[in-house]
Ligand binder design. Sequence first.
Ligand SMILES: [Zn+2]
Ligand SMILES: [Zn+2]
Ligand SMILES: [Zn+2]
Length: 277
Amino acid sequence: MKIKFLGTGASEAIPAFFCGCPVCESARKNGGKEIRTRAGVVIDDRLMIDFGPDTLLHTLYTGLDLSKIKSVLFTHSHSDHFYAFDLLARSLYSGEGAPNDILKVYGSAAIKNGLIDSVWYNKERVFDRISFCEIAAEREFFAEGYKITPIGVIHIPTEPCFMFLIEKDGKAYLHVHDSDFPTERAFAFLKDKGVKLNAVTFDCTYGLIKTEYGGHMNLYQNIRAKERLIKDGTADGNTKFYSSHICHKAGSFDDIAREAGKNGIEVAYDGLETEIL
Ligand SMILES: [Zn+2]
Ligand SMILES: [Zn+2]
Ligand SMILES: [Zn+2]
């Protein structure tokens, strides 16, 4: 299973609009790993998690080929993860040579409503080449040959938000963002399943900021979550851990990576690829 990080920033991206902080200034000047577009990953080039406002950039700069994407999973409907208008190109205005098959979209009812509400014309064509499937926490389903289990997270109270456990051929990936520190129920659910995780990505919005604001995590919470998964036997010394969804106030790439590296966590950057063998 190949996991590619398309975007690794929080909602305001790095460099953030209108921001002159040292991290944003450094990103404008130096580029590279300091630049973070809005978050999303793609599994084996065909299963996407989230489809945010920077998807066009991902097709230009990360090699994302949307014609190969047949299913998209949504963690939640915040607009840095769900940019409905661009996704609707599939149904409304794809050009010659565009795929004619149906793109499967999996998420809470907030995603379905967002798709319908985001267009002011041709509303009756929204689901022409998109099918919507409502998902619920702890109810597994299959997409593109992967077994996918949404697990509830604490992020916002207005809709269900999910982490995703994605399994195939004896390999398992856990995608955890946007999310506060995982709940006892989530840890217990994973432990009871007896799953052995090969890779995990945590929400690390606040990076080196020690304050815990809720709804997201900092690096120190990522470290605690990692230790808890290992203690539970859900992960072990071979599990790869990544921090992503990082905001411009969280610290520079190098500073976060140094601290994370000491604790066995790699800081993700746009375009990073990892293969679970
Ligand atoms: Zn987000
Ligand atoms: Zn900034
Ligand atoms: Zn969010």
